[in-house]
Design a protein around this ligand. Sequence first.
Ligand code: 5AD
Length: 436
Amino acid sequence: MKRVWIETYGCQMNVADTELILGVLAGEGYTQADQPEGADVLLVNTCAVRDNAEQRVIGRMGELQRHKRPGTVLGVVGCMAQRLGPILLERVPKVDLVVGPDGYRNLPELLGHAAGGMRTADVEYRSWEHYEDFPQVRAAGPTAFVTVQRGCDYRCTFCIVPTTRGPERSRRLADVVAEVRALAEGGTSEVTLLGQTVNSYHDGTDDFAALLRAMGTVDGIRRIRFTSPYPTDFTPSVIEAMATTPAVCDHVHLPVQSGSNSVLRRMRRRYTRERYLDVVDEIRSAMPAITFSTDIIVGFPGETEDEFADTLSIVGAAGFDDAYTFKYSVREGTPAVKIRDHVPDDVATERLDRLIDVVRAQARRRNAAHVGEVYEVLVERPARRGDMMLARTRRNHMVLVDLPTSSIGEYHKVQLTGTTGSTFTGALHHARLAVL
Ligand code: 5AD
């Protein structure tokens, strides 16, 4: 029996891709190792979106190499593999295999070659590839990621993903429905639909609104989430489908990237600040309980203090409950490389700190206002510390609840009893209070 150890970095789609990789390898007789020591195959599923993501992988590969014995295969897969390709083979002598996101179908064969001493890089784009016939090996639990769209056709000037994941393609609606139905039969009650611009989903016949409605008809699916949508792809019919499909959760992660119109233009985002805020308003009026989180980049080339001030102010204007904040990272091969006017690192760092302060203060304030309210939560997993369970509301708030491990997968009503600013504590609730 061959054993594979795989580590996953980066986004949810990488988590889903790792499940595909484990699936294809399981079909070839591989089982999952519970530690890198002694595994026959060591894989690192990588992210290329920022330089620090790549540096972490390089550091980790240095450590993993130490577990390499004669015959052990060390492979790099995912976006960094696609971005660097054969260069990785040159730079890291112990790497045997480099495979991009469209190449996982060939993994068993390439692993065989690698075991025989042949080092290869497969970084071909296969725009037809959906891994439709791959049986995933998913982590047990009530929630599942379901990839509905791969690749990206948008050309945001900061972003490497169009290069690493190739052209946009959507799976057929019927295939997605069949997968989600099977998940529901296995006890999954929450799915998160994944795509780079997930609400631009279109399979040639059906759009994202149709997909949401179809998901809503699957027995046993009580919660539908999706990530990440693109602001201008929230058409009236998508918003209507969200509002009228009860399983669609009250949370949208909607990357804004910047609050400044001139920066948005340089980023080649397809909206203005005003249009973005209109989209937020349109969704809020259709779904009053909705919460928004976002992604924000500071220090994009040429960003002035005034432009940054517009980013600070959009946090309040949009009423974000949470934000992932990043310092701009130059990605070779993206159009923004050509914008000369770079922001000094100390300036970007200082802006990032100010932005984080604003985001945290607002999250704390908004969360404090929810204490005392009663929500339905899905119990997802044990919390890292103590013996509490981590549960989630439809609004994407995380709640620590005193429940046994056997409650994983159950829905309970809890009253929020406190907040650390980001997460909540909650107590089981039995009285007849309105449930949010
Ligand atoms: N530098 C910094 N952040 C980036 N992101 C994407 N590309 C870059 C980059 N070059 C951020 C965006 C995106 C998130 C996944 O990563 O905010 O939404």
